[in-house]
Design a protein around this ligand. Sequence first.
Ligand SMILES: Nc1ncnc2c1ncn2[C@@H]1O[C@H](COP(=O)(O)OP(=O)(O)OP(=O)(O)O)[C@@H](O)[C@H]1O
Ligand SMILES: [Mg+2]
Length: 448
Amino acid sequence: MTHIKEKLPPPQSRQASEALPVSNGIETVISIKNISKKYRIAHRSARYTALRDNITYALLSPFQTIKNQMKKILARETKEEFWALKNINLDVKKGEVIGIIGRNGAGKSTLLKILTGITPPTEGEIKIKGKVVSLLEVGTGFHPELTGRENIFLNGAILGMTKRQIEKNFDKIVAFSGIERFIDTPVKRYSSGMYVRLAFSVAAHLEPDILLVDEVLAVGDADFQKKCLGKMDEVTKTQGRTILFVSHNMDAVSRLCKTTVLLEQGKISAIGDTDKIIELYLKGGPQHDTPLPLPMTDENVTLTEFSITQRGKQTESIDGSDPFGIHIGFSIARNLQSFRVGVLIKNSSGTLISRSFVQDWEPELEEITAGHYNANLLIPARLFMAGEYLIEIKLFCFRSKDYFADTPVQKTVTVHSPKEYHELASKSGTRGYFLIPTAWNMQHKKAS
Ligand SMILES: Nc1ncnc2c1ncn2[C@@H]1O[C@H](COP(=O)(O)OP(=O)(O)OP(=O)(O)O)[C@@H](O)[C@H]1O
Ligand SMILES: [Mg+2]
């Protein structure tokens, strides 16, 4: 798999005060000039270390971190360089809420990581005015063994707040998160929704000048998503804060952002009025996912296969008249508990519409022994309306580890209507996702 070369990240807050231009009385708070980012990928099975893991490792066992780094240095690897971002130019004014959209691997998260200082640009220059707070991954910086209360302090400190500042905001953070009852429970017992509630509340109450948000809404429930959008709206309108919002949820982007940037293969391909940019993006034809570099390894799990087949052949163009299969092959290096494997099915704008995990049906497989496994899911005929769907596979240990979280493993499939189905209504995307099996019975009632 791709091997990520990065140093331990510095805390996720950044303070800079270089002189920035003022136009029409509104100051520019972020100025990005010709930013490019080159990554080196090593072709060898190695771990992709998530930011949260880095922080946790550094806190728990500095020695282990050094040992791991040494292992990586000593390993003989073939390296390849590629540009994750190329010549990005963008000026953001105070109080602007900018959406950043684009396909998987387009460079959205990389851009936010550069703005936070987690990773330096290879070329170019950034000027930022004010305090930046970022929410890049769910619960970044949260430690599973610590309680919600302890994590608020830890996270606040990582984000550059003093103890007094955190104490001042503590009650508001807890109230907003809506998880008062669990505040003294270790966060490893939280559901992913509770996790993100707390993480978002901490970030939103740190009174940043600039808030960077990456995909965090995807995890919360509909109510909390609404609350987050409302909160972000409020901080920009009443407090003049600036937000950069990365999301695959086009509804959220269009509600929150006036201006949106479309990133394609590391370059800004369009910028402007949000609705126009979203339309452009969705019209961009079938998504061409970057081919997955299988096998991929993350800690104890190696993914060896992800394929979609119909009538015995691999395909991503599905005839709705027949069933199709999703196949996942993986190896587990040691016995695991609370293990889940399955798929998420999303619409073309990234909204989750359904999911299915092996353990939903066979909970005893949560305790999985080391070895190789094939998990196959047969999707029945006539289930989906015609359209594009994103199939993402997930492997995780409940509340402790989400494998391949940083390189989502997904494929786009195009489903065609079954041959018996004659769609007469509009094709404007208002028809929903699921096809109700033929159940109509209409009779002519003769007048008596
Ligand atoms: N630390 C790293 N080392 C090497 N390659 C990396 C690293 N981080 C990201 N990449 C690669 O850089 C490219 C851009 O990744 P990035 O995470 O910015 O995409 P993204 O637009 O956020 O995608 P997604 O929508 O899936 O979150 C991808 O090809 C990714 O594999
Ligand atoms: Mg990303």
